[in-house]
Design a binder for this molecule. Sequence first.
Ligand code: GRF
Length: 213
Amino acid sequence: MKRRTAVLLSGRGSNFRSLLAATQAPGFPAEIVLVLSNVPDAGGLVHAVANGIATAAIDHRAYRGNRAAHEAALIAAMEAAGVELVCLAGYMRKLTPLLVGRYAGRMLNIHPSLLPSFPGLHTHERALTAGVKLHGCTVHLVTDGLDEGPIVAQAAVPVLPGDTPDTLAARVLVQEHLIYPAALAQLALGGSGVTPPPGAALHNPLPVSGPLP
Ligand code: GRF
């Protein structure tokens, strides 16, 4: 039985696309049954509709700063759809303990840095400014702290001479699209190991996936 999964996004949704493609493979242990966005014209919603996935746009602006009320609407939509697992994929809202608590241990986020380095925004610019030689991405379980929570998967890429934030972001994004489906599979299987897909973490001497707590 595939685990019923929601994706929350605010933008173009390239990670959602990679998750959708992976979940549609026979034998993948999760399926995407709902895509939610706080941005009504998010590109990810368009892709979901085009692929016959149920969507809901729940615009945070209608809630006038009441984050908990907005999250209650998200939760209601997910519960109506029988959602078990949640993937944040470019969802650009800070979460309150309401949503975090409801899906504790069942909600993943992808972040474009090797956490715990560079939590927050503008990670690629900050990596270049810091002069790091390795950068990358992280999938982690969501907890109350921003971009904290147990790490499920990581992939590293080199920072190359002449890199700009855009070129670095593009190199990282390739890895995001590989490790997020692997991490979702791992979560859906209840923490059992997942073989990283070919091409993931080419520059990482460590396995991309670790055991869940
Ligand atoms: C990705 O870089 C992800 O790591 C970050 O937001 C971006 C979303 O991109 N959380 P996309 O909408 O999935 O293309």
